[in-house]
Design a protein around this ligand. Structure first.
Ligand SMILES: Cc1cc2nc3c(=O)[nH]c(=O)nc-3n(C[C@H](O)[C@H](O)[C@H](O)COP(=O)(O)O)c2cc1C
Length: 318
């Protein structure tokens, strides 16, 4: 499955474990890379020492490449980049901020970088800054989103046409159908977040996994629309922040978002649980060692059915 994304990441399969704050730690990242995907440590919320030790934990589990995700607007972004270089990472992903401010050091340190974007304009800007590729984050995704509201289905092909660097699709991908669709849209890789919450290796509390398995396609709510939108499960905690006064909503989310984040919360009512619209599709907790081979096998079989349908007509029988 070699392509520009597997080259950049140094892994057999162009499948990225979406970084999840205080969830994507050494154990999960190591296990994901060990099976041929690209596991990464989410630097968000970690002290420098903790980031170092989580990277080391992942490197104990696998000899495969490990990535780190660095939100560029957070005050520790510079330090996190230094740690990535010091720990011998080869590729990082960046989000929420301007890569131009950091690219010189990233490149000097010998790192490759994929930057998360939510519009064609952002993609072009990141390409001009010198990133190696972009992660197109559609509006249906879980977690923090762009303000533009563009879905994966529309964002990926427009980015693929506009950019010279390769595009990874993120948002709404949880099974072989999503994987195949992403490739058809012009992506050279996929990033999954919500699907990975419902895995045995995910250290999220049981109440988060249970809430996700119960979710329907309309179970998410978008908060902080005007400032820094975030998609999460609709529950008491997220409804308490939701407000007709959007300025007030942004303010409350900024003040309480990190504190009430699922990895610090006591139960399903008080936790803010980021989740994508694809949550409604997820009905079981899988072992990540089964997930990738299953995804690839099903995508291949699906692709043959679509091919036969396009050649011969009839119902694709999907
Ligand atoms: C619980 C959770 C936490 C997340 N935390 C982060 C984060 O810290 N940094 C980041 O860049 N993206 C974060 N994301 C987004 C994911 O990395 C990924 O891009 C996204 O989940 C893909 O869309 P999907 O949820 O439809 O699979 C988070 C997503 C979830 C579900």
């Amino acid at each position: 499955m070699r392509n520009r994304i597997t080259e950049i990441l140094g892994v057999p399969y162009p499948i990225i474990a979406g970084p999840m704050r205080l969830i994507s730690l050494g154990e999960m990242a190591g296990q994901f890379s060990e099976i041929g995907g690209f596991g990464q440590i989410a630097a968000s919320g970690l002290s420098s020492d903790r980031l170092r030790s989580e990277v080391q934990r992942a490197q104990e589990i696998t000899r495969g490449p490990i990535g780190g995700n660095i939100p560029l607007y957070r005050p520790n972004a510079k330090e996190a980049i230094e740690i990535a270089i010091e720990c011998g990472l080869k590729t990082i992903t960046t989000s929420a901020g301007d890569p131009a401010k950091f690219i010189e050091r990233i490149k000097q340190g010998g790192l490759k970088v994929l930057h998360k974007v939510s519009s064609v304009e952002m993609g072009l800007k990141a390409e001009r800054a010198g990133v190696d590729g972009v992660i197109a984050m559609g509006f249906e995704a879980g977690g923090h989103l762009g303000r533009e509201g563009i879905t994966t289905m529309c964002l990926v092909p427009q980015l693929a046409d506009a950019l010279n660097v390769p595009v990874v699709a993120a948002g709404g991908i949880a099974d072989a159908r999503g994987l195949l669709a992403a490739f058809a849209l012009g992506a050279e890789g996929v990033e999954m977040g919500t699907r990975l919450v419902a895995t045995r290796q995910c250290p999220a509390p049981a109440f988060f996994k249970e809430s996700l398995l119960e979710a329907k396609c309309d179970s998410t709510i978008l908060l902080g629309k005007e400032a820094m939108p975030a998609r999460m499960l609709r529950n008491k905690a997220s409804l308490a922040i939701s407000n007709r006064d959007k300025t007030q909503e942004d303010k409350t989310l900024k003040e309480t978002g990190d504190r009430n984040y699922v990895m610090q919360a006591a139960d399903r009512d008080s936790a803010l649980m980021p989740c994508g619209q694809i949550g409604g599709l997820i009905k079981d907790v899988k072992d990540i060692r089964e997930l990738i081979p299953e995804l690839l096998e099903e995508a291949r079989s699906l692709s043959s059915k679509v091919h036969a349908y396009l050649q011969e007509g009839g119902h694709p029988g999907l």
